[in-house]
Design a protein around this ligand. Structure first.
Ligand SMILES: [Mg+2]
Length: 435
């Protein structure tokens, strides 16, 4: 029976994380982790609803909420079956609406809102299928996956036929890799220890705790005073030893020459990658930094602020990134992430998604597990970010075991907030904001 989408509501939810300096880095000094939620209801009468979100860090979340409301009429009145039968075509109609696209196109608040709605539709689809999202994707045929992607503006890098060939080549090993994921999970790294606003003592304590919990990869925020960055890098290396991996994240604050000079000094502490050294739009600048730091054994990582598949295409074509950090809620939802996973595979670049914030870990675990099962078929140089904040507010929170994400088993995309949390952190009327 077809189910018609009858209603989409948008919610402004904000957590006052700035009070503890959780999430503080060189660019974002005091974020209040926030999400604009899209809730999709249908006429089916079985209680299944689609939950989707996009992530922001506070002020401006209301603009994403408004943008969800502006996109909603393009979805209401359609059936889930119609949408999912030609998901790529539907995605183009949503992202390419001839009037709304003017305030993008495919970037900014309108694209963040697109992510919330598209992710809610995939959540609903997975719930109707009775599967977690990663399993819904892993069970789709290569042709079905290709049909979900809008290849507009990327065919010079990846054609539908090439995408299908990648998926077909990996199809025979899917069952084995799915079993491996269920047994061992997907490898993760932690950013929880390295926030810029934390004291040295707190850094040491958090490192020791993380090592005790089995973490092997650690990320340090850099981009403040370089002497401070060097001191904290030395401290982190002392705590984690020579064998564990250290990554560094400058959160966009450097100039090109400055990034190269600073990384030449920080190279003494053997960072595995430097993340977002520059403006996220500076493709040629990243290419220059990458060329300069690769001989030092350092790769360039970026992508959490990469607006769309076309920008990722150019990063890949320009040999400007070594680690592709897709974000589940900045790209226009699952469909566009699929395009980037397949391009990264073609260009031989490992995908190490951005997570953290609120709900991003819950979302992106599905995409990395699918990536391994059906697209990359490799865990080499692949780790998924993990940040230990705010999971307690989710109905179906991530499960981490020995530094790895264990595959979610409940149907859907794991985006639903507990009703009590939704009420308490609604902005500005929730109890957390009135006190
Ligand atoms: Mg980052």
């Amino acid at each position: 029976m077809a189910r018609t989408i009858t209603k989409i509501t948008a919610h402004d939810v904000r957590f006052p994380t700035s009070r503890q300096l959780d999430g503080s880095d060189a660019m974002n000094q005091a974020p209040d982790y926030s999400a604009a939620f899209a809730l999709i209801e249908t006429d089916a009468g079985d209680g299944l609803a689609g939950h989707g979100l996009t992530f922001t860090i506070g002020r401006g979340n209301e603009i994403c909420v408004k943008a969800i409301e502006s996109l909603a009429p393009l979805v209401i009145g359609r059936t889930l079956e119609d949408i999912t039968a030609e998901m790529g075509k539907f995605w183009r109609r949503l992202a390419g609406d001839s009037q709304l696209r003017w305030i993008g196109p495919e970037k900014g608040a309108i694209h963040l809102a697109t992510a919330a709605i598209v992710n809610a539709l995939w959540d609903l689809w997975a719930k109707v299928a009775g599967k977690p999202l990663w399993k819904l994707l892993a069970d789709m045929t290569p042709t079905e996956i290709v049909r979900a992607i809008d290849f507009r503006h990327i065919t010079d890098a990846l054609t539908p036929d090439e995408a299908r060939a990648i998926l077909e080549a990996n199809a025979p090993g899917k069952a084995v890799r799915e079993r491996e994921m269920r047994e061992r999970g997907f490898p993760a790294y932690t950013t929880s220890a390295g926030w810029l606003g934390y004291s040295d003592d707190r850094l040491r304590t958090l490192c020791r705790e993380a090592i005790a919990h089995g973490w092997t990869h650690f990320k340090q925020k850099v981009g403040g005073d370089i002497e401070d960055d060097l001191r904290r890098a030395r401290l982190l290396r002392e705590e984690i030893g020579a064998e564990r991996r250290l990554m560094m994240d400058a959160n966009q604050v450097w100039e090109v020459d400055e990034a190269i000079a600073n990384m030449r000094r920080l190279a003494a502490f053997k960072p595995w990658w430097i993340e977002e050294p520059l403006s996220p739009d500076d493709i040629l600048g990243h290419a220059r930094v990458a060329e300069a730091v690769r001989p030092l054994g350092i790769g360039v990582a970026t992508g959490e602020h990469c607006h769309n598949r076309i920008v990722f295409k150019q990063f890949l074509q320009a040999h400007a990134l070594d680690f592709c950090q897709v974000d589940a809620a900045r790209l226009g939802g699952v469909n566009e992430v699929l395009a980037v996973l397949l391009m990264a595979k073609k260009f031989g670049v490992p995908v190490c998604p951005h997570a953290g914030g609120v709900g991003l870990c819950e979302l992106v675990q599905h995409l990395s597990i699918f990536d391994y099962i059906a697209v990359s078929a490799s865990l080499e140089n692949r780790v998924l970010e993990y940040v230990d904040h705010l999971h307690e507010h989710f109905v179906d929170p991530v499960v981490i075991r020995d530094g790895r994400y264990m595959p979610p088993e409940n149907p859907g995309f794991s985006a639903a907030l507990k009703p009590a949390s939704l009420a308490a952190y609604s902005y500005p009327a929730g109890s957390a904001w009135r006190s």
